[in-house]
Structures are given as C-alpha cells and as structure tokens.
Design a protein around this ligand. Structure first.
Ligand SMILES: [Zn+2]
Length: 121
C-alpha cells in the first residue's frame, strides 16, 4: 500500500510505502524542501495507518478485500456529488502480511489538528 503526499509548502508530490512508515524506516518528510509535520502528528498518522492496515487485513481474510483511496481534498470539502471513480487500482498488494495487533485506542480529535496544520506556523 503506497501513499501519495503533496507538500503544502512546495507542492512537490512524493510517495511512501505504508509498510515503511509503519516499520519506521521512512519518515514523512518532503524530499524537495525537507518540510515535515510535527512529530506527534506523524506518530498519530502512522498509528492510525497501522491500525487501518490491521483492520483491512482482518476484514480481507474472511469477508471483504479492501482497496481504498483517501484524498485530503475529499475530506476537506465534502462535495455532494458522488463520483464513482472507484476501480482505479483494484490490485491487492501484500495482504498476506502478519497483522500487528496493536490496540491504539486514543480518542483524539484529528479534525482539529488537521486544520491547524494547514495554516503555516
Ligand atoms: Zn516540500
């Protein structure tokens, strides 16, 4: 599972493997301008990713294989027309990995923090 990032500062796009982020071999840093998110935000993101991956693996084993694309634009303004551009990538990358059963049950308010991040500080 690879994730596309677009730097808010220099608008460079780059791609990281979720696996690498989860294992900590890659950090979310812009390769062009070295911009990066605050450590706690990055950690929360990776924790959420880890959890998401575990859930997808579990669901896929017995019930439904999952392919999803989340785009920040879609999260920001929830436009009301449903565009069905789903089947872009229907390949299942490494679903046979062992799932980490990490239970991160923090109930933080991610919405607020995402907003903050956009305004330059
Ligand atoms: Zn950048």
């Amino acid at each position: 599972m690879s994730i596309d990032f677009t730097c808010q500062k220099c608008e460079a796009s780059f791609e990281l493997e979720a696996q690498d982020l989860i294992e900590g071999t890659e950090k979310i840093i812009c390769p062009h301008c070295d911009s990066k998110a605050p450590a706690n935000l990055s950690e929360d993101f990776v924790a959420a990713l880890t959890e998401m991956r575990a859930q997808i693996a579990t669901l896929s084993k017995k019930y439904f294989a999952v392919t999803l694309a989340l785009e920040a634009e879609e999260l920001e303004d929830e436009i009301d027309d449903d565009d069905d551009d789903a089947d872009e990538e229907a390949e299942d990358d490494d679903l046979d990995e062992d799932e980490d059963d990490e239970e991160s049950e923090d109930d933080e308010d991610y919405d607020d923090e995402a907003e903050d991040e956009e305004q330059d500080r």
